[in-house]
Ligand binder design. Structure first.
Ligand code: PGA
Length: 253
């Protein structure tokens, strides 16, 4: 099955509303002739409605960087899936390693968030990845297995139809250290077969598995050339439209 690649930009806690709109406008112009790749950007909650209005007539999709799993209620400071959807988002990043590391995100909260996303029709981008210590201790595969199995526990492949998986080794995020082709290849093959084991051959076949961690215009082509890599989740290199477009147009490099 051919999977349309997804190049996603995670803007993290960067850019005010006007700055986000400016970059989104630049990117929309640069992307006008892109047809063979899906593109998504995830600005902050505050910029989400502004950016989605800016991109309404472009093919760039908008995503949120997080959500809270309850529909509504007395949860000061939180934002629900329905609110995110109403703000114009199509995707939501769930379980990013920075959220696991700094904000106490667990596989259990990830699971609840995936359910909430699915319930509102948002496409979840589930982030998983091992730390440097996990890798040194040869725990990479058991950690990934746990993050995927527990994150998706109790969900059927019908419910998970729009799932995107993002493999982001924690030691490669924002460090300039990219995983080697062999390491990415090995993990992505493992994840593909894990999805098959947990769900079905069809589901595994159609689910996009992104790589993330210091992706830039110099390494994207090689990474995208790996068989089971269906896209990239890009942090730092997505903040500047002129840089990000080179990643989106990796085929032209
Ligand atoms: P990076 O971030 O590209 O800056 O390493 C990736 C991510 O956190 O998704």
């Amino acid at each position: 099955m051919s999977r349309t690649p997804l190049i996603a930009g995670n803007w993290k806690m960067y850019k005010t509303g006007p700055e986000a709109v400016e970059t989104a406008m630049e990117l929309a112009k640069l992307c006008s002739d892109v047809t063979d790749v899906d593109v998504m950007i995830a600005p902050t909650y505050l910029s989400l409605p502004l950016v989605s209005t800016t991109l309404r007539d472009s093919r760039i999709k908008v995503g949120s960087q997080n959500l809270y799993f309850e529909n509504q209620g007395a949860f000061t400071g939180e934002v629900s899936a329905e609110m995110i959807k109403a703000a114009g988002a199509e995707y939501v990043i769930i379980g990013h390693s920075e959220r696991r590391q700094y904000f106490g995100e667990t596989d259990l909260s990830v699971n609840k968030k995936i359910r909430a996303a699915m319930g509102s029709g948002l496409k979840p981008v589930l982030c998983i990845g091992e730390t440097e210590t996990d890798r040194d201790e040869e725990k990479t595969f058991s950690i990934l297995d746990k993050q995927v199995s527990n994150g998706l526990k109790g969900l059927s492949f019908d419910e998970l139809g729009n799932l995107v998986l993002a493999y982001e080794p924690v030691w490669a995020i924002g460090t300039g250290k990219t995983a080697s082709v062999d390491q990415v290849d090995e993990v992505h093959q493992y994840l593909r077969s894990l999805l098959e084991k947990l769900f079905s051959n069809d589901f595994s076949d159609k689910t996009r598995i992104l790589y993330g961690g210091s992706v830039n215009p110099d390494n994207v082509k090689e990474l995208m050339g790996i068989k089971d890599v269906d896209g990239a989740l890009v942090g730092g290199a997505s903040l500047d439209a002129d840089t990000f477009i080179n990643i989106i147009k990796y085929r032209d490099l």
